[in-house]
Ligand binder design. Sequence first.
Ligand SMILES: Nc1nc2c(ncn2[C@@H]2O[C@H](COP(=O)(O)OP(=O)(O)OP(=O)(O)O)[C@@H](O)[C@H]2O)c(=O)[nH]1
Length: 376
Amino acid sequence: MEQDITTELCVLQSHLDGMLDRVHHNSLTLKRLQAFEMRLLGLTALTEMIEFILGETKDLFDLDLVSLCLFDPKDEIVAHLASDHYPHQSRAGLLIVKDEDLFKNYFHFSDRPLLGMFNAEKYARFFDVESQCPSSVILAPLVRRGKYLGSLNLGSYCSNRFIRNMATDFIDHLASVLSVCLENTLNFETLRRTSLIDPLTGVNNRRFLEQRIEEEIDRSLRTRQSLSCLFLDIDYFKRINDTFGHQAGDHVLALVACTIKKHLRSNDVLSRYGGEEFVALLSESDNIRATEIAERIRKAIALLPFDHQEAKIAVTLSIGAATFQPTAAKSPTSEVAQRLIQAADTALYQAKFNGRNRVEEGGVIVGAADGGNAAV
Ligand SMILES: Nc1nc2c(ncn2[C@@H]2O[C@H](COP(=O)(O)OP(=O)(O)OP(=O)(O)O)[C@@H](O)[C@H]2O)c(=O)[nH]1
């Protein structure tokens, strides 16, 4: 009898120890989850968020595989990432999905996670599996206001790590927080982008140029490649407005912007600098290439048919070009930026003075060792 009680006590003690271990383990996971969430809440850029999730979730839950699917029906996420030069196509673990059916078919309009053995036919689209497939997985939908934003997908090489009907409190909580953060970040990115875009022409505005020019100069210094700047201004634009009306003027502005853009590379920057003025930054372009591009743009605009009702509007551009040639100097980038734009603007003034519908070269700006710059 006494031995039975002792055995029972031992069993109870061992149960209790097991429970205490689990409580201890869960309390540690909870603490790590809270720290993870606090850092997640502090992120505002989409690229940072993607890197954080893909980089840290593995350690947080001691996983073998993590992937993040983002639902992007209108290519907005792709546009955000591309404008930040983020290599989304080659980022392991990041999957951008255009087809909402993927989420609807698997999650059946629910926000509950799916758990179980990995089935390649069913789950391959959620993972970016290059070598070993996971044995068990958990797919957590990211949902806000009844809409799928994507899913967070966790995989383990251990077959009984994720089994049906197991408790999913931690992952439920994480998916909810992540959904809110993702929605906020996407809204923030949209706001950031729209506040840097000129609504009439669809190209970037002056604020964007002012942010980017210093980055481009830094890049030019790093890569030792020249950076050129074109200042482009529509000739006699006031006359166009006065003759054909403001709306026709707007139409000309949009068409001019679109034509300039077609002659630039995707990583060049085009911004509407003011009323009928545009500034383009041509990376990895010396003064010869810059004047060639400027000449091509000038000709294309002069040849364009700008139709307005029955009339044809003749439009020409004057363009000033200047180039920054990097040296080993420690010139302040803000000063180089100012001088580069100034040199292109002066060349534009010269083009206007020399008769308009022409390109003028404003010379090469080099960084000087004493911290100043000199136009050569
Ligand atoms: N339609 C339209 N006109 C604008 C816009 N922003 C500025 N403008 C007009 O652009 C015209 C610029 O005129 P000016 O600065 O005299 O220059 P210009 O007539 O092009 O003469 P040059 O530059 O010397 O060849 C002004 O009439 C502005 O009202 C806009 O968003 N839409």
